[in-house]
Design a binder for this molecule. Structure first.
Ligand SMILES: C[C@@](CO)(OP(=O)(O)O)[C@H](O)COP(=O)(O)OP(=O)(O)OC[C@H]1O[C@@H](n2ccc(N)nc2=O)[C@H](O)[C@@H]1O
Ligand SMILES: Nc1ncnc2c1ncn2[C@@H]1O[C@H](COP(=O)(O)OP(=O)(O)O)[C@@H](O)[C@H]1O
Length: 287
C-alpha cells in the first residue's frame, strides 16, 4: 500500500491591500505572503480495497466530511485522473484553526502535492496551483511556498526573496473570525492606511527588518479590530515585549510579532504564553 507524509506550513501576510471588489463578490488584493515553520503533518495512505476518502485528525475543530478542504483536494485529483482507489488522510493539526494563517489551505496544498508525488501524476507546480485555486484563494500560495507577492484574488503569484530565518511570535486569541465576513464588512472608502507594497518588497530584498516592521500594513486589520479589542491589546503586548513590529495576519485574529533575534522572541513568547494560550514561537520558512 502506497503512503506519503507531507508537512503543510502556515503563512503570515506581511502586507495586505484590497484594491477593489469584483462582480462575483471576491476582492482584488495585493499582499505579501511569507511561510513560517509552523506546520501540520499530513499522512496519506492509499486504500486499494475502497473508493472513498476518509479524513481523520487529532483536532476536534475541523470537519472530517467532504467540507474539509483537504478532502476536496483529494476529490478533485481523484476525479481529474479517474482514480478509483480510496485514501485515508490523517491531519495532525498544530496550526490554529480559522486563524488567518491559512491552515486549511496549507492542508489542501499538502494533499495536492502529496497525491501528485504518491501517484506520480506529473503535474507541474502551475497545474497544481490551477487546481488549488478552485479550492480557495490562498491554496496556490501554499503550493508555491516560501514568499510571494499575491495579486488577483490571491492566486496570481510572483515569488519574492523571503525573510531569512527571522524569528516570529504568533498569538491567536480565543475568538473566531470568518474571512468572508471580514471582507464583507470592509468599506473600501474608509481605508486610512494602506501598505506601500513595493517599498516593503525592497525592504525584504535587503532583509531590512526595521523598515518592514515599521511600514507593514493590513487593511483588514481595522475591520477585525473594531469587533475584537483583543487584537489591539496583543499588538501592544508584542511591542512591549520588544517586537520590531506587530500586525494581524490575513483576516485574523492571529497577531504576529517580528523580532530581531531568538533571545528577544523567546522572552516575548514566554510572556505572551501567560496571557494567551495559543502562542507560538517560530521562524520564517523558505524552501
Ligand atoms: C484573508 C486571506 C489573506 O491571505 O487569508 P486568511 O485570513 O483566510 O488566512 C485570504 O485573502 C483569504 O483566502 P482564503 O481563506 O483561501 O479564501 P477563500 O476560502 O477562497 O474565500 C473565503 C471568502 O473570503 C472572501 N474573499 C476571499 C479572497 C478574496 N481575495 N476576496 C474575498 O472576498 C470571499 O467572500 C470568500 O467567500
Ligand atoms: N483541513 C482543514 N483545516 C482547517 N480548517 C478547515 C479544514 N477544512 C475545512 N476547514 C474549515 O475552514 C475554516 C477556515 O480554517 P483555516 O483554513 O484554518 O482558516 P484561515 O484561512 O483563516 O487560517 C474553518 O472554519 C474550518 O472549519
Amino acid at each position: 500500500m502506497k503512503s506519503i507524509t507531507v508537512k503543510s506550513r502556515a503563512k503570515i501576510n506581511l502586507s495586505l491591500d484590497v484594491i477593489g471588489k469584483r462582480p462575483d463578490g471576491y476582492h482584488e488584493v495585493q499582499m505579501i505572503m511569507q511561510q513560517v515553520d509552523l506546520y501540520d503533518d499530513i499522512k496519506i495512505i492509499e486504500n486499494k480495497d475502497k473508493n472513498n476518502i476518509v479524513v481523520t485528525s487529532n483536532c476536534e475543530f475541523i470537519p472530517k466530511n467532504n467540507t474539509n478542504i483537504a478532502y476536496k483536494a483529494a476529490e478533485l485529483i481523484k476525479e481529474q485522473f479517474n482514480i478509483s482507489y480510496g485514501i485515508n488522510i490523517h491531519i495532525q493539526k498544530n496550526i490554529p484553526v480559522a486563524a488567518g494563517l491559512a491552515g486549511g489551505s496549507a492542508n489542501a496544498a499538502g494533499v495536492l502535492k502529496g497525491l501528485n508525488e504518491m501517484w506520480k501524476l506529473g503535474l507541474s507546480t502551475e497545474e497544481l496551483m490551477d487546481i488549488g485555486v478552485k479550492i480557495g484563494a490562498d491554496v496556490p500560495f501554499c503550493i508555491l511556498g516560501s514568499a510571494a507577492l499575491a495579486e488577483g484574488i490571491g492566486e496570481r503569484l510572483t515569488p519574492l526573496e523571503g525573510l531569512k530565518n527571522t524569528w516570529v511570535v504568533l498569538a491567536k486569541p480565543s475568538i473566531s473570525v470568518s474571512t468572508a465576513e471580514v471582507y464583507r464588512n470592509l468599506d473600501l472608502d474608509k481605508i486610512t492606511r494602506r501598505p506601500e507594497t513595493y517599498k516593503l518588497i525592497e525592504a525584504m530584498k535587503e532583509q531590512d527588518l526595521y523598515t518592514l516592521s515599521k511600514d507593514m500594513a493590513n487593511v483588514l486589520e481595522t475591520v477585525t479590530e473594531r469587533k475584537h479589542a483583543v487584537i489591539r491589546q496583543l499588538k501592544s503586548k508584542m511591542m512591549e515585549y520588544n517586537a520590531l513590529g506587530s500586525m494581524m495576519s490575513g483576516s485574523g485574529p492571529t497577531v504576529f510579532g517580528i523580532f530581531k533575534n531568538y533571545k528577544k522572541a523567546k522572552a516575548a513568547y514566554d510572556n505572551l504564553l501567560v496571557i494567551n494560550k495559543q502562542t507560538y514561537l517560530t521562524q520564517t520558512y523558505n524552501e
